[in-house]
Every structure is written in C-alpha cells, then in structure tokens.
Design a protein. Sequence first.
Length: 168
Amino acid sequence: MTIEYPRPLNLGPRIYGLGVRQLVYLSVGACLGGLCALGVFTPGVPFLARGLAGLLLMSVGVCLAFLRISGLYLDRLLAVGLRFLLKPRQLVWRKAEEPGIAVIGESLTIEPDAPPVSLALQRAESVPVGALVLALNAVVMVILLASTWYMANGGLLDLHRWMARARF
C-alpha cells in the first residue's frame, strides 16, 4: 500500500476551523453551563455553587470536543468502552500478508483464517452547511427561550442582587 503526499483530505464543513461535532459539543456545553450558572436548573443554590457547576458542564463540553486519547476523541472512546463493557468481543487484527492474531483475555492465539483488516481511507459523509446553520439557530432559540423563562421567574432580581454584591 502506498500513500502519496501531499494527500488531499476532506474534513467536511468547518467554521473557524472547528468541525460540526466540536461545535455541537461546545455549544451544548456552553448552553447547559450557562443555564446552570444562571440558576435555571437549581434556583435555590448559591451563585458560587451554580457557577462552579456551570464551569464543570462547560469543561465537559470542551473535553468532549477536543480531548483525544490514543487517537480517539473522548465521545468515541466512551462509546467503544461502553460497548465493550456491555458485550465483550474477541478482537482479531492482522495485516493482509500475516496470519491473524486473536486476543482472548490475557492470551494471544494465531488465527490463520481471520479476515484481513482494511487499511483503506474512507471518505466521510459531509453535512450540508444549511443543516449546520439550522442546528445553530435552534440552539440560539433554545438559549433565548430558556433566558426568557429564567428572567420571567425572578432571574432579573437575582441578577440585580448579584451585580449589587459584585460591584464591578
């Protein structure tokens, strides 16, 4: 197998260098963290605790968007780990010209008739930019509705009290 460089890569639609998956995790994490910090989920909790919980939710979104472990993003790694825990499988790997190596528990066995693993690059399906814009608009609408609900249920007074204590 030969790979020629430079090789053109189709990374799908990008906004400011971020993919759709990253934008969704960042926006959902920021929305949930902001709503938690504003007290939508827990109105009786002090602001410092709500702010820390909001930062925690935002950091989860950032970790899901950017953190890679062994070449896998955290969301894919969690999905693979969960699938493995729910139904453990036998892992078989081999190059096309070598006999297969099966990993069963702690022992390695040679499987001569194991299917070869394809190393071909697969082209990812691209998401239309219109769908991305629609998803971002939906996120903004949810934020606006949640903010309006919060302000209508005493959030404005809470913000006034917080600003009076902060003394910017």
